[in-house]
Design a protein around this ligand. Structure first.
Ligand SMILES: [Zn+2]
Length: 208
């Protein structure tokens, strides 16, 4: 049975956020593990996404692209729903879950009414990133655990001498969520037995 499309959600409403632009807030108390909304938009290839935003300011960190896998990106700038307004948070109350090559936002804890929803965008680093890339992708989530950047890994591994290539396929384990392996944006092969994996947002212009 295919999962029904979750274009809207009674769990949430969209309004202005203190973190950035618009945000998504709990319309009522949301239990832990609730599938809140689907991340919808135009499904295109990475090459198409690059072509679509060619000439776009690479220093504009405002992106609505979500990486589904090596082939597909969801561009929520076209045909997207409210899910695109969920802000990044370094210590959010949600996670993005990829299932059947679709993306859903699920709560990782109880979210009280009025709380802003957030998940880790885990935007990948790129080879020719400028030195100020962490400023461009600066995070203002306000969490005590804020790493200061929406990029992942938190620090550029290339700055440590001879970082091993296997860092790319490293499976991230989150202390609060031991059952679902979190994989980096470059390593989608690490999905668990249910074929679930967490995803990552993509830059508007990728130079991979
Ligand atoms: Zn942060």
């Amino acid at each position: 049975m295919p999962i029904p499309v979750m274009r809207t959600s009674a769990w949430i409403n969209v309004r202005n956020s203190r973190i950035h632009g618009k945000g998504v807030f709990a319309a009522k108390r949301i239990p832990k593990g609730t599938r809140v909304i689907e991340y919808l938009g135009d499904r295109i290839s990475h090459a198409e996404a690059d072509a679509r935003y060619d000439g776009h300011d690479p220093n504009d960190n405002h992106t609505f692209l979500f990486i589904v896998d090596k082939k597909t990106v969801i561009d929520a700038g076209v045909g997207g729903n409210g899910a695109r307004f969920i802000n990044h948070s370094c210590d959010g109350n949600c996670e993005s879950v990829i299932e059947d090559r679709r993306v859903f936002i699920e709560t990782t804890r109880v979210v009280e009414k009025g709380e802003e929803l957030g998940y880790d965008y885990e935007i990948g680093r790129e080879k020719d990133d400028p030195p100020n890339v962490d400023e461009i992708f600066a995070c203002r989530c306000g969490s005590p655990k804020c790493r200061g950047t929406m990029l992942w890994p938190a620090k550029d591994p290339r700055k440590k001498k001879k970082a091993k290539k296997k860092a790319k396929t490293r499976v991230k384990t989150s202390a609060k969520n031991k059952t679902t392996p979190r994989v980096t944006s470059r390593a989608k092969a690490g999905a668990d037995t249910q074929g679930r994996s967490t995803g990552s947002r993509r830059r508007t212009v990728s130079r991979r």
